[in-house]
Write a protein that binds this ligand. Structure first.
Ligand code: AP5
Ligand code: MG
Length: 380
C-alpha cells in the first residue's frame, strides 16, 4: 500500500483491510457470545461507524436483532440549559432491551460517555459498547468500551469510515498521519503581512518580530541576498525584480520551503511572512506546506495605503537607499503586478476568515498598535 495525501496531509498505511476483517470476526464472536437475549438492538453511531457496523452486524448474524442508525449531536441550548446532546434517529422503544452501541473510535470518551448515559436514561435492560478503535491513553471520562477491535496510540487516523473533513471515509484500509521530521510546533503564530509595495510590510515586520518573537521571512530580502552573492538564483531573480515582475511561482515556492525547513529552531514561536504569498498558487502552496508540517496561517494582516502615498514613499526610499526597483517606472509596474496578481488574495483570505484590514497611514507605532489588536483578537 502506498501513502496517500488528503487536504495537503500525508497519511501512511496503518491497519490493512485483512487485519480489520480478522478483528471484526473476533469482536463479533465475543459480542454474540455475551448476548443474553436473541434480539438485542444495535445502535450504530453515524457517520464514522457505518462501515464497521455493516461488517460487524453481518458477522454477528442474529436474525432477530435490530439495528438503528443515529447521529449524536451537541448543540447549545438556552442560557439555562447550556450544552445539550441530542440523539437523532432512535425512534424505537428500547425499554427493557439489550442495547449494544457501535462506535468507530473512542478517544477522550466524552461523546461515548454522554451517549451511554442518554441511552441508559431510556430504561434499556443493559447498555454495552463495541468500538473498532480505542485510544486508552486519551480516555478522560467514562468506562472502557466492553469490546475493542484495536487499541491504538493517540494518533490521527482516517479510512474505513473515519474522515478528514468528510473525506477518506471510503478507504478500505486505515491510514495514520505520517510523522514528518519537518514538523513544526502546532501552536505557532504564523502571520502573513500583506500589502502593496511600500505599504510598510518590512517596517511593521520589525515591530512584530520584536513583540511576538517571530522568525521573519521576507522573500524580497531573500532574493536580494542571492543577487548580492551572485548566485544562479540571484541572476534569475534580478531579471524579474528589475522589471517589477514576480519570480515564477514554482521557483519562489521552492525557495520558501527551503527557508522554513532550514530555520525550524528559530521559527518555534511562529513566522512572519513578508512578501509571500503574492499569487493564489503561492497561497495554496503555503497552506499545504504549513499543513504538512503540522501548522497553519494564524492571520493575514493587510496594510491598506492610498496609491499616491505608496509611490511617494518608494521614490523617497529609492533616492536614499538605491534599491534597484525603487524608480518611478519600476514602481508603477510593481503596483500593476500587485493589483493584477496579488490583491485577489485579499478575497482568498477573507473567505477563510483570516484577513484583517489595517489602515496603513499614520505613525509607525500607531499602525503597529492596530496590528497588535487585530492579532490578539484572533488569538484571544
Ligand atoms: P519585496 O521586497 O517584497 O518588495 P515590495 O512588496 O515591493 O515591498 P517593499 O519592500 O518595497 O515595501 P514594504 O511593504 O516592505 O514597505 P517598507 O516597510 O519597506 O519584493 C521585491 C521584488 O521581489 C518583487 O517585486 C518581486 O520581483 C520579488 N518577489 C518578492 N517576493 C516574491 C514572491 N513571493 N513571489 C514572486 N516574486 C517575489 O516601507 C516602504 C517605505 O515607506 C520605507 O522607506 C519606510 O520607511 C516607509 N514607511 C513605512 N511605514 C510608513 C509610515 N507609516 N509612514 C510613512 N512612511 C512609512
Ligand atoms: Mg519590504
Amino acid at each position: 500500500m502506498a501513502d496517500i495525501t488528503i487536504k495537503g496531509l500525508t497519511f501512511e498505511p496503518y491497519i490493512s483491510q485483512e487485519e480489520i476483517a480478522k478483528q471484526v470476526e473476533r469482536v463479533a464472536a465475543e459480542v454474540k457470545r455475551d448476548c443474553v437475549t436473541d434480539s438485542p438492538v444495535f445502535v450504530c453511531v453515524l457517520k464514522g461507524a457505518f462501515m464497521f457496523a455493516a461488517h460487524l452486524y453481518r458477522a454477528i448474524n442474529m436474525p432477530k436483532s435490530e439495528i438503528a442508525f443515529i447521529r449524536y449531536k451537541s448543540y447549545s441550548g438556552t442560557e439555562t440549559t447550556g450544552e445539550m446532546n441530542k440523539i437523532l434517529g432512535l425512534n424505537d422503544d428500547i425499554t427493557g432491551r439489550e442495547v449494544i452501541i457501535i462506535e468507530d473510535i473512542v478517544d477522550t470518551g466524552l461523546t461515548a460517555h454522554a451517549l451511554r448515559q442518554d441511552i441508559e436514561a431510556m430504561s434499556p435492560m443493559s447498555v454495552k459498547m463495541v468500538t473498532l478503535l480505542y485510544k486508552p491513553a486519551s480516555l478522560k471520562v467514562g468506562k472502557e468500551p466492553e469490546y475493542v477491535g484495536f487499541e491504538i496510540p493517540p494518533k490521527f487516523i482516517i479510512g474505513y469510515g473515519l474522515d478528514l473533513d468528510e473525506q477518506a471515509r471510503g478507504l478500505s484500509d486505515i491510514y495514520v498521519l505520517k510523522e514528518n521530521n519537518n514538523q513544526l510546533h502546532n501552536n505557532m503564530l504564523n502571520i502573513v503581512i500583506f500589502g502593496a509595495p511600500g505599504s510598510g510590510k518590512g517596517t511593521q515586520s520589525e515591530n512584530l518580530i520584536a513583540h511576538y518573537k517571530l522568525f521573519h521571512i521576507s522573500t524580497g530580502d531573500v532574493l536580494r541576498d542571492h543577487i548580492k552573492r551572485g548566485t544562479e538564483l540571484g541572476k534569475t531573480a534580478k531579471e524579474f525584480i528589475d522589471q517589477g515582475q514576480l519570480i515564477p511561482d514554482e521557483l519562489m515556492i521552492g525557495i520558501l520551503a527551503q527557508v522554513i525547513d532550514d530555520n525550524k529552531e528559530l521559527a518555534q514561536n511562529g513566522v512572519i511572512f513578508d512578501g509571500f504569498p503574492r499569487t493564489i498558487p503561492q497561497a495554496e502552496a503555503l497552506e499545504t506546506l504549513l499543513n504538512e508540517r503540522g501548522t497553519c496561517v494564524s492571520a493575514v494582516v493587510g496594510l491598506e495605503v492610498p496609491e499616491q502615498e505608496l509611490i511617494d514613499r518608494l521614490v523617497k526610499r529609492g533616492q536614499m537607499s538605491g534599491r534597484s526597483d525603487d524608480n518611478e517606472e519600476t514602481i508603477k509596474k510593481r503596483l500593476d503586478v500587485y493589483h493584477n496578481q496579488t490583491s485577489p488574495l485579499q478575497e482568498f483570505y477573507k473567505e477563510k476568515g483570516l484577513y484583517r484590514a489595517i489602515k496603513g497611514i499614520g505613525t509607525i507605532d500607531g499602525i503597529f498598535e492596530d496590528i497588535k489588536a487585530a492579532i490578539d483578537s484572533i488569538n484571544a
